[in-house]
Write a new protein. Structure first.
Length: 194
């Protein structure tokens, strides 16, 4: 007897609600035409003056946020003006796919973004190919990070890569998944004619 695979809650929402809604609004003939999430990439920079302890702390915090071990990015060439040597650690990144991707996105939408002070929504601009980028200035919005243990403030770039062919498709996909896009100032809410 085989066990039924348990899907992350946000992935279940995508399959049960988002796919039918997009098929109806976009007139897709096949469910495989519906745009989907491919991966989420998290990235942060590390100061060129950082010591081994700071690099280890950043990697540890990134692993806590992402749920998997990050990759340390090294500089390709030396730049004297930036006090940068070749092969020096300058960043930390994680690529999330599958269950980890859905779980991270759920935590970002349900817990992370709403805890930002004076949060009024995120920008609705995509990159022209259906992918979305968010810059988070303070990584302590994630509950996995203990504020007392955070020795320095770390910013985080989040890139959500989709299979959408246009910004409109990508925006609608993310909106249906629960992305809190900022309302445009002065724009009247859409009303349906009776």
């Amino acid at each position: 007897m085989t066990q039924k695979k348990i899907l992350p809650p946000l992935q279940q929402t995508y399959l049960e609600q988002v796919v039918p809604a997009l098929m109806a609004s976009r007139n897709y003939k096949n469910k495989h035409q519906v745009p989907k999430l491919t991966k989420i990439v998290l990235n942060t920079g590390i100061s060129s003056t950082a010591d081994k302890n700071q690099i280890a702390d950043t990697a540890r915090d990134m692993a806590l946020i992402a749920g998997q071990k990050p990759l340390l990015n090294k500089s390709r060439k030396a730049i004297a003006n930036f006090k940068l040597r070749q092969g020096q650690v300058v960043g930390c990144s994680v690529t999330l796919r599958g269950v980890n991707m859905w779980n991270f996105l759920m935590r970002l939408l349900a817990v992370g973004l709403p805890t930002i002070r004076d949060f009024r929504g995120v920008s609705s601009k995509l990159d022209g190919q259906g992918n979305y980028n968010i810059g988070i200035t303070d990584f302590t919005i994630f509950p996995e990070i203990m504020v007392e243990n955070a020795k320095r403030q770390m910013g985080l770039d989040v890139t959500i890569v989709t299979t959408a062919s246009s910004d409109d498709e990508g925006r609608e996909l993310l909106r249906l998944l629960g992305m809190p896009f900022r309302r445009i100032e002065g724009a009247a809410p859409k009303t349906t004619a009776a």
